[in-house]
Design a protein around this ligand. Structure first.
Ligand code: GLY
Ligand code: MN
Length: 462
């Protein structure tokens, strides 16, 4: 946890956005894996963490705007629980830790809420992403659990997004720490990327580092020689000399902040000529995208900077053809770069995605494109100082996508389909760093993890 005053100040700022109503923060509960007592690792809801800081199940935070009171509802542990779990803090002690005046047993919450509703008080709540939380809140508010998510408060979501989007110095320090863990993880992955090793051996070593230095991975890692599959979580391939290993993994700090880094590693320590050519295009796209990040720039335009460099590079290699600007305008680059440049990052690796990608990444000045590729951009709107984003362009040769486009002769004026047959076994390359938008430009966060081709080769070679 951060110091108490940070949570008090965060709630105080949020309160200024509301004139009346009740703000309800539903903390997460334990989630069973295969039977009730055998649960997944507990992960608190990130908005609850942001305002109420406590990483324990069965908690609900309430801010009563009209009466200017704050409450923590929760479970008071019994002696029977303590026999199994050890000594637990009382609810009152928990509330004190975060500067909340009132604490109440969770069994009283329904009565409390129903009285407020009867008195005409609006209960604002955030969108829910877990089934059991929908059931719980529906029961508390007498709503249909299948429809409750239609009733979230947009005003509340917008206020939370506005606040959580701008990272404070203590949040940046946490992200930098998560990046230090990622540094250790990725250097280890490079050192291990030798002929004969199984992908899962690298995953296991990275996970060990992430667990010993923090809370483990910030998301299921992608460690695959089939990097053309963007979110490939299959880790049972044996690596061969000459494979390209896409390694996309990040850690969670003790205070639950994420890092998210990708490096693409030549197994055995030497990029082939074509691998190096494609690698240099992705690296140039990534560096130029980073150089274009500054307050006021729209992230969709930064995405297009990367897309144009990718198109120009592939044209130079004879894989694409025509004019790069025209190719990008028509969406031809998306055959090779079908995803967005990046996303916000903070307490969630895709920060606040649980509150709705549209509300995080788009606004009235920036509408989502419906063009294949560009439509997947998670974050497109104008950048502001304090935002933290990933910058992660890539080039992939996805056989199924190539075959489909080729059969339709899609955008054939921009794509040399004949050149693509031999590249269907290429795989993919992605390079990702995490960037803070500053007052004048941006700063790449964390200790630099080697990304020049020769530097990555040198580490693989020991
Ligand atoms: N690093 C995986 C992702 O951003 O989706
Ligand atoms: Mn990412």
């Amino acid at each position: 946890m951060f110091e108490q005053h940070i949570y008090i100040e965060r709630r105080k700022t949020l309160k200024t956005k509301f004139k009346s109503g009740l703000l309800l923060f539903l903390g997460n509960d334990e989630s069973p894996m295969n039977y009730s007592a055998n649960t997944y690792n507990f992960r608190q809801d990130s908005s609850f963490l942001y305002y109420f800081g406590l990483s324990l199940p069965n908690l609900v935070g309430i801010i009563d705007i009209d009466e200017n009171k704050e409450y923590l509802f929760g479970y008071e542990y019994t002696l029977a629980d303590i026999v199994w779990m050890g000594k637990q803090p009382s609810l009152n002690q928990l509330a004190n830790r975060i500067g909340v005046e009132f604490s109440e047993p969770i069994l009283n919450l329904k009565k409390f809420l129903q009285k407020k509703i009867k008195d005409g008080v609006k209960v604002h709540f955030l969108p829910l992403y877990r089934g059991e939380q929908k059931l719980k809140l529906a029961e508390l508010l007498d709503e249909n659990p299948f429809k409750i998510n239609n009733k979230f408060s947009k005003k509340f979501v917008e206020a939370v997004i506005e606040q959580r989007s701008v990272k404070s110095s203590e949040e940046i320090a946490e992200i930098e720490y998560a990046l230090e863990i990622a540094y250790q993880m990725h250097i280890t992955a490079m050192q291990m990327a030798r002929h004969g090793i199984i992908e899962r051996d690298i995953v296991a070593s990275m996970e060990g580092i992430s667990r010993s230095l923090g809370n483990g991975f910030s998301f299921h890692p992608i460690v695959s020689k089939n990097g053309q599959t963007l979110h490939n979580h299959y880790h049972d391939n044996q690596l061969q000399q000459g494979d390209l290993l896409v390694c996309d993994a990040g850690a969670e700090s003790y205070r639950f902040y994420a890092s998210d880094i990708t490096r693409t590693i030549p197994v055995g320590g030497k990029f082939s000529a074509i691998q190096k050519d494609i690698y240099e295009i992705v690296l140039t796209a990534q560096k130029n995208a980073i150089s274009s990040i500054k307050p006021g720039a729209k992230y969709v335009d930064v995405h297009l900077v990367a897309a144009k460099i990718i198109a120009a590079g592939l044209i130079q290699l004879g894989i694409m053809k025509g004019n790069p600007g025209e190719a990008v305008k028509n969406g031809a680059h998306a055959l090779f770069f079908p995803h967005g440049l990046g996303h916000m990052m903070g307490l969630d690796v895709h920060d606040m995605e649980g509150l709705g990608e549209e509300l995080v990444g788009y606004d009235k000045n920036t509408q989502r494109s419906n063009q294949f590729g560009l439509a997947y951009l998670r974050f497109a709107k104008e950048l502001r100082p304090g935002y933290v984003l990933t910058v992660e362009p890539g080039i992939y040769f996805i056989p199924e996508l190539i075959d489909q486009w080729k059969a339709k002769k899609k955008l054939k004026n921009f794509i040399n389909y004949d050149k693509l047959e031999s590249l269907k076994i290429f795989g993919g390359i992605r390079i990702e760093d995490n960037v803070l938008v500053t007052e004048t430009g941006c700063k790449v966060l964390g200790r630099p993890i080697p990304k020049e081709a020769r530097d990555v080769e040198a580490i693989v070679n020991g």
